[in-house]
Design a protein around this ligand. Structure first.
Ligand SMILES: Nc1ncnc2c1ncn2[C@@H]1O[C@H](COP(=O)(O)OP(=O)(O)OP(=O)(O)O)[C@@H](O)[C@H]1O
Ligand SMILES: [Mg+2]
Length: 379
């Protein structure tokens, strides 16, 4: 549904060049919820703004629903009209809602329809239908100032759907909301995805968002996509950082001469009693050092860090047994354990900085990207 190829974006700022996107390739399939995650400054907003050509890419192509948007752009006024039409099949939701405070909720939703030249009666019918769809049928005549954050975002979503788009883009749509409201908005996006067959491309810096609603995900770093795939594929990729962050398991070996293994369960294997079979078959005691189980896209998925007595060389056969059961197995080297712990600390530090960066953004301070530099320095 969305195919991004070789996308680069270089900003000129005060005589300096900033490469925000550095050769991004990404494919979002029809009907899926695709999450792009990355730290502040990774290029997420640049990517999403290039997808609907709010920002013109420096090079590369963006094809949405079979239409090459990059070819429509840059061919003068006529092409501008074509681009506008193509864009109407793409809805966009923003972090700070971007509603017009002087217009009622209904008039906010009608705005894109006015621009498309839809007649008054039809506009009104569509707007009320959309308000019903997002659960705000009774707020048509209210003003944005009278709504909660979650309600404002529902209006933002209704407005994004006014042009009956096939694709919905969302830039941190839940970042300004509390956890409970976040959940309800994510649920709404999921429902719309299912009911309307809407393809959703969302960007976020919260792993929980990816975990809650995404079928597929990509990790961005310094303008590049460093990992991408369906959640199942990521979990099956040895060393995948997204998989590790989606299902963090901690725990260090309890002594020397132990083998520590991360076991990933998904699909059928999630319900098989493999650990007890392993213990019985090889008559070994197994300690569970850490575990995380969850339902992703309606399927049970989990990771477990277990410890077997003896070094790896002595455990080749039991490890082979686990692999034969269709489980994803990764041997945790002692230095990996140490790194895991350090990453935990880094994540905490990152969360603290994230809060700072939110404050920066609220103040609309131009220094909003400064925390990214701190992050890079801390790596
Ligand atoms: N209009 C602009 N002019 C110059 N540089 C820009 C502009 N917009 C973004 N950048 C730079 O491009 C890089 C990527 O920015 P972008 O906003 O895409 O990151 P992001 O991943 O969305 O970050 P955040 O999580 O903080 O929203 C940053 O280094 C940023 O400073
Ligand atoms: Mg951003």
């Amino acid at each position: 549904m969305i195919t991004i190829s070789g996308l680069t974006k270089v900003y000129e700022s005060r005589g300096r060049q900033v490469t925000a996107l550095d050769g991004v390739d990404l494919h979002v399939r029809e009907g899926e919820v695709f999450g792009v995650i990355g730290q502040s400054g990774a290029g997420k907003s640049s990517l999403i703004r290039c997808v609907n050509l709010l920002e013109r890419p420096t090079s590369g192509t963006v094809v949405v629903d079979g239409v090459d948007l990059t070819a429509l752009a840059g061919k003068g006024r006529r092409a501008g009209k074509d681009l506008r039409r193509a864009r109407s099949s793409i809805g966009m939701v923003f972090q700070h809602f971007n509603l017009l405070s002087s217009r009622t909720v209904q008039d906010n939703i009608e705005l894109p329809l006015e621009i498309l030249g839809v007649s008054g009666a039809e506009r009104s019918r569509r707007a009320l239908e959309l308000l019903d769809l997002v659960g705000l049928a009774d707020k048509a005549k209210a003003y944005p100032g009278q709504l909660s954050g979650g309600q404002k975002q529902r209006v933002g979503i209704a407005r994004a759907l006014a042009g009956e788009p096939k694709v919905l883009l969302s830039d941190e749509a839940t970042s300004a909301l509390d956890p409970e409201t976040t959940r309800s908005i994510l649920q709404l996006l999921r429902d719309l995805n299912r009911q309307l067959g809407l393809t959703v491309l969302l960007i976020t810096h919260e792993m929980d968002v990816v975990k809650t609603i995404c079928d597929s995900a990509a990790l961005m770093e310094k303008g590049r996509v460093v990992e991408t795939g369906t959640v199942g594929e990521l979990l099956a990729t040895p060393g995948s950082r997204l998989a590790t962050e989606l299902f963090p398991v901690g725990g260090a070996a309890t002594g020397p001469d132990r083998t520590v293994i991360d076991v990933t369960f998904h699909g059928e294997t999630a319900t098989q009693p493999v650990i007890s079979q392993l213990s019985r078959t090889y008559n070994i005691d197994i300690s569970i050092l850490g575990a995380a189980m969850d339902t992703v896209g309606g399927r049970q998925i989990g990771r477990m860090r277990i410890e077997l007595p003896g070094r790896y060389e002595e455990n080749v056969v039991p490890v082979g047994f686990l692999r034969e059961q269709g489980l994803q197995i990764e041997i945790v080297e002692p230095q990996d354990e140490a790194r895991g712990a350090a990453e935990g600390e880094q994540a905490e530090a990152r969360d603290a900085r994230q809060d700072e960066s939110q404050i920066d953004k609220q103040d609309a301070a131009p220094a909003a990207t400064a925390p990214a530099l701190v992050k890079d320095g801390a790596r």
